[in-house]
Design a protein around this ligand. Sequence first.
Ligand code: ZN
Length: 150
Amino acid sequence: MTSPTAPPPEPLWLIAANVVRWRRYGDGGQELRPGTKAYRGGAKVYILGARPGGHEQVTTVGPGRHTGAYITLDMGTRHLHTFRAALVRSPTVLRREAENDAGRVWDGREEAEENAVRLEGLAAAYRAERWEGVAHPTPCLCHTCLVTPA
Ligand SMILES: [Zn+2]
């Protein structure tokens, strides 16, 4: 518990992103599941950093699918989109950021913006790589199909 006299935590530039509405799943990616196991499709999450060894997984804080209470979770970057810099004031999110040892490599707005652009490209590449050469179901609602209608 924080003492009532403690000053509010300093705002921090993190990266916000949204969970894909639908993701491909199952044999040959022919099934579609809404959101992820932990998050609803469309949920807004904040990126705290990436684990060493790559950016396939990022550490996120966001509202859990079942309770809406904030959770901290490593998840596939490919399940996220619309990465953007966000000045975070939420004490809940800031507390979780402080508790977490995720490797945040940016500091300040400009670096958050640069990393958001990079993650957007990586997420699209990871989606393409995950199902390379495998046809999408018809019809398909995966993020790639939603943003590039046939
Ligand atoms: Zn698709």
